[in-house]
Design a protein around this ligand. Structure first.
Ligand code: PLP
Length: 468
């Protein structure tokens, strides 16, 4: 056991001191993955503290995913991040079987918009226009930050969602995944702490934490992350980043209330962390009014805002933007340069003209009408099965977070079985940092037709009945 110092005169609670000491030993490499921590009794005796203090510290370390308590054996420094484990297995599998389908299936796992919603005619016309104007310069290397025309148009587009963005602080990206990756390369370091809600969009969390930073999760409530749990963590730990998806969160489809968005920004200001806001669906509110992003409430440049055009337009555009706090602009620009030098100009100009010529708004109206119908069709099938519920009903987005009612503990088995039968969905625990949420599945209605929705849900219900 490494030498730990405990200062009993210090105001910080003794269990927190013990927690912080052990955590420091792990970060410094004195305690390594798989190492067994000394027993409660031994530690209490050595430092002259109560055993209950040691238990409290160890429980907290376990809750934060730093150690693992194996009853009857002892406490061990965690070896694998559960989240990475699941992601490597299922997320890539999902991408090959869900987003890019290799064989026919009823696909409830893909979040890719249905092909018929793509504004192909408008984009073809814009491309023809650009070709007629002459491609020349457009095929050269371009501005690393992105086309100044597109950045100016996006600043206006975002203003409609109450975001004030200086075009000089907008970074054009090849999809928001590139933005997440750039943050993980340039901004999030190994010694950082990243707070997320559980469950969350695993791909972002895995990308952000690949470098090895610590992940702390807080439960999610029906109006967003549990802020009391968040503040509990903030009081005892330096948190550097919070990753969040305020509009139609993946996988729960929960949207954060306006009040909570304000409170989250306030926490970021008070405790000095950055919020990474991932927005790909705020326009897909069936009420027709886009949800206001958290960035709109940012008062001290604490929100790094990512806006993807993959879900509301077409993922093959590979276009997104980041509204970067001014203090991070040069770091982000150079990270983009090292990543791919610049994004292709052709689609940037198409997107700029598409928005400028007023084509976005009717397109979004069509998308909303199209998905609202599917949303209703799927909700009806899920609820009438009597075997599944929708714990967080919402009025937008592309997917349902569904609770299985027949005591299923691990939807992974159901996933494996139905995959063979040609029905794809995502098991709940791929979205968890600790492998929990096994009684849930995520069903997306982005790809299937109404007939497929009815047929697929009935196949799932039949399998659930057979498992009873
Ligand atoms: C929540 C979320 N964030 C980010 C992304 C990545 O989007 P993009 O295509 O813009 O890279 C996805 C893609 O599915 C997503 O679901």
């Amino acid at each position: 056991m490494p030498s730990l110092s405990m200062d009993k005169a210090n105001g910080t609670n003794l269990y927190l001191q013990l927690y912080q000491n052990i955590e420091r030993e792990i970060i410094n490499g004195q305690l390594r993955p798989g190492d067994r921590l000394p027993s409660y009794r031994w530690t209490a005796k050595k430092y002259g503290i109560n055993m209950s203090t040691v238990i409290r510290a160890y429980n907290l370390l376990a809750a934060d995913g730093i150690i693992e308590i194996i009853h009857g054996s002892g406490c061990y420094v965690k070896t694998v991040n559960c989240c990475h484990f699941f992601a490597d297995k299922v997320v890539l599998e999902n991408f090959s079987q869900g987003q890019v389908m290799e064989r026919p299936a009823i696909n409830f796992s893909s979040g890719t918009p249905f092909r018929s919603t793509y504004p192909i005619k408008e984009f073809s016309e814009l491309l023809t226009q650009l070709i007629q104007e002459g491609l020349g310069d457009r095929l050269a290397y371009r501005d690393v930050q992105g086309s100044s025309h597109l950045r100016a148009v996006l600043a206006q587009y975002l203003a409609q969602q109450r975001i004030t963005a200086d075009p000089a602080c907008i970074q054009i990206l090849a999809g928001s995944q590139q933005g997440i990756n750039i943050l993980s390369q340039e901004i999030v370091h190994r010694n950082c702490t990243l707070m997320v809600s559980n469950p969350s969009y695993t791909v972002a969390i895995n990308s952000l934490s690949r470098i090895g930073c610590q992940i702390l999760s807080v439960p999610i409530l029906e109006d967003g992350p549990d802020l009391s749990a968040m503040e509990e963590i903030l009081k005892r730990k330096k948190v550097d980043f919070l990753y969040t998806m305020p509009a139609f969160q993946s996988p729960t489809n929960i949207s954060i209330s306006e009040e909570k968005k304000r409170q989250m920004v306030d926490l970021a200001n008070r405790y000095g962390f950055f919020i990474i806001e991932d927005d790909c669906l705020s326009e897909l509110s069936f009420d027709g009014v886009p949800l206001i992003p958290l960035k709109a409430f940012d008062t001290q440049n604490r929100v790094i805002y990512l806006k993807s055009f993959s879900k509301i337009l077409m993922p093959g555009l590979r276009l997104a933007c980041m509204v970067v706090p001014p203090q991070l602009v040069s770091q982000i620009t150079s990270a983009k340069f090292y990543s791919d030098i610049s994004s292709p100009d052709l689609f940037q100009e198409c997107l700029a003209r598409f928005i400028e010529e007023g084509k976005m708004s009717p397109h979004l109206d069509r998308m909303r009408a199209y998905y609202q119908e599917k949303h209703q069709c799927m909700a009806q099938e899920i609820l009438s099965s009597g075997l599944m519920t929708i714990p967080y009903p919402s009025h937008g987005g592309l997917a349902f977070w569904v609770k299985l009612l027949n005591r299923v503990e691990d939807s992974h088995q159901l996933y494996e079985r139905l995959r063979q039968e040609g029905v794809l969905f995502l098991p709940g625990n791929v979205f968890s940092q600790d492998g929990s949420h096994g009684q849930y599945i995520r069903l997306s209605y982005a790809a299937p037709t109404n007939d497929e929705i009815q047929k697929g849900i009935r196949i799932i219900a039949k399998a659930l009945k057979e498992q009873r």
